[in-house]
Design a protein around this ligand. Structure first.
Ligand code: PGA
Length: 252
């Protein structure tokens, strides 16, 4: 059985003070929850303070991005050793906003995944097709290329530290969630890709999160899909009540 994984991606929101308010509320609301990996991803500047606030709780810390080199003359970048130093266990990589707005390629995302694993951190590796790609029947080719290129050079043991997030771009921040069936289909396809690249055991063990307008009202149906193992939540992770309800999804 795969352990459910619910992560909140706060994006460029929540100052340090606001972030601390949110985690204090969240800690209370999810205090008794076990059997679910709970993760929050604040902005870089709030990481150390949030790490202190999360100490001893059942919530782990993720960064929203990382660089590929460890240190040096890379003005403006933050790398895995520094994220580890700040208290992170995970970093999100390959988010569609990074791919689209900042032009990140699959090769760059692949280097980020490797840099994280190299440091003993886990990668939340995002993939997903645009609406145009879905409507022109390119969805499976796009997902296939993103998975293959993003996981190039990894072996089955590395995959124990990778969580995949399927986030159809058209569902992010739009209020348009994929239907349970659409999510289930894409997840089954992605698990099949992992089976082909690695092996059956790795495919069965890897957690595949759905992301894109996950809310308290739709999480139960999405989580009931056999290949949906969790959620990467944007908007609804900014409210403690909503995020806690998503963490406490109802098991089918
Ligand atoms: P959303 O964002 O839940 O606001 O759609 C999801 C994400 O971008 O990870």
């Amino acid at each position: 059985m795969r352990r459910p994984f619910i992560a909140g991606n706060w994006k460029l929101q929540k100052t340090i003070g606001e972030a601390l308010e949110l985690v204090e509320a969240l800690k209370k609301q999810v205090a008794g929850v076990d059997g679910v990996d709970i993760v929050v991803a604040p902005v870089f500047t709030a990481l150390t303070k949030v790490a202190e606030a999360l100490d001893g709780s059942n919530i782990s810390l993720a960064a929203q991005n990382c660089y590929t080199e460890k240190s040096g003359a890379y003005t403006g970048e933050v790398s895995p050793p520094f994220l580890k130093d700040a208290g992170c266990s995970y970093a999100i990589v390959g988010h569609s906003e990074r791919r689209q707005i900042f032009g990140e390629t699959s090769a760059f995302v692949n280097a980020k995944v490797k840099a994280l694993l190299d440091e003993g951190l886990q990668a939340i590796f995002c993939i997903g097709e645009t609406l145009q790609e879905r409507e022109s029947d390119q969805m499976y080719d796009v997902l296939s290329a993103q998975v293959k290129e993003g996981l190039t050079g990894l072996d089955a043991a590395d995959m124990q530290n990778v969580v995949i997030a399927y986030e159809p771009v058209w569902a992010i921040g739009t209020g348009k969630t994929a239907s349970n069936e659409q999510a289930g289909e894409a997840h089954a396809f992605i698990r099949g890709l992992v089976r082909g690249l690695f092996d059956e055991e790795t495919a069965e063990a890897v957690r595949i999160l759905y992301g894109g307008s996950v809310k308290p009202g739709n999480v139960d149906g999405l989580m009931a899909q056999p290949d949906v193992d969790g959620a990467l939540v944007g908007g609804a992770s900014l409210q403690a009540d909503d995020f806690a309800r998503i963490v406490k999804f109802e098991r089918a």
